[in-house]
Write a protein that binds this ligand. Sequence first.
Ligand code: GLU
Length: 503
Amino acid sequence: MEKKVRVRFAPSPTGGLHLGGVRTVLFNYLFAKQHGGDFIVRIEDTDQTRFVEGAEAYIFETLAWCGLTPDESPLHGGPFAPYRQSERKPMYKQYADQLIQEGKAYYAFDTAEELDAKRKEINNFQYSQATRGMMKNSLTLDPQAVEQLLADGTPYVIRIKLPENEEVKFTDMIRGEVVFNTSQVDDKVLLKADGMPTYHLAVVVDDYKMEITHAFRGEEWLPSAPVHVLLWSYLFGIDNMPKWAHLPLILKPDGNGKLSKRDGDRLGFPTFAMDWSDPKSGETTIGFRERGFLPEAFVNMLAALGWNDGTGQELFTLEELIEKFSIGRVHKGGAKFDYEKAKWYNQEWIKKMHVASYQHLVAGFFKANGIEVEINEKFTQILEMVKERCVLLSDFVAQASFFLTQPETIDIAAISPKWDEKKQMFFVELIRAYELSTLWEASDLEKEFKELAAAHQLKPGELMLPFRIMLVGGKFGPGVFEIAAILGKEETVSRIKSVLGML
Ligand code: GLU
């Protein structure tokens, strides 16, 4: 029987989630769901020096925002709990001990000072086959000395003993066969002095214990793969190793290197999923969510960073992605990030979706701008009217706030040069006509407006711009009679009057 597909996202809670991290989640998730499998989130927090308060909660909030719900996690529970490595600490040591007994790992007693001294002495020092012979470890010390050091409680780490000049291979689902020579890999620490495993040991033990069948992770983890392959073959059998896919990097817009948070800050676009406030520095990094991205657009845009379905289709719902995604169509090469394209996705999704599904988000942007809104039919109607003009959800504020509050500024300069007595008369009469009007549909208002213009021997075209500016404050917005229809009689008339008073 085929094993049930089980994938995992294994973040270290060290800060905000970069868009590359969310893409890793997405590809894991799509693969799992396509195969009727499970998507697991495991928190890799064994490096307590890098632990950041709030980072784990941030990760789960991001996943919830994107609609990528884990089947198992510290938050969602599951049969393989606990899902936080720090809570699994007692599970790992036995494997490090086993490797020592089998001669595949060794104790290293070098102090931090001794290691520092070596780093100063040797350029690019690595604890490896070439250098381990000159260090203080159970390979260089005699067995009795080692026993004594252990009995005295001397701090030690356990390091993997990389075999000499061996080829380590595995088949990557994106890259095909990947080969490493063990002489190029250092003797990574497996168990630290505080008894915590390092990432390398913990990731292998947990992928085994949690019955992970496939694992997609960023390309930056490729150099660690030979250590993991060796650990798999030493501890659990290479046939049980999950199938790996190392996802291509997300590159800077110019293609020169990996996209970093700093690039986003420098070029003025988000690189994090949501706003992240660093608890230590207090610095806030802007996120896609707060910039006004719809989660549907964000997810769609991420899927396109390195993948396409080969048909030219660009807009995909999550359901369609689950159906169409294939790891075989993920490119090996890095994917350039293009913020303009990201915005294009958002604009398309704003147009494609009914505003009812995102108006609560838009209401949040109004609120942030000091405009309280009630979500009702009128609000929906207003948003529907202006959505074609919005690229980000935050754009609704500029495009539609004049419906909800009086315009803050009126572009009088756009009217006054061509203003004259005749136009003044027209608008005075328009006020009267509209006040008497019993019908208030856009078409009625337009008809009355045009008839009155004809009576005044004025071209409606010359009057529409002043009318628009009276209602919205500037040269923008949807059809002016539609605007008046929504504003209602009282507000329309009052806005005309107030601008007439300024001219
Ligand atoms: N804990 C690693 C990280 O922070 C996980 C890498 C992996 O997926 O193996 O990304």
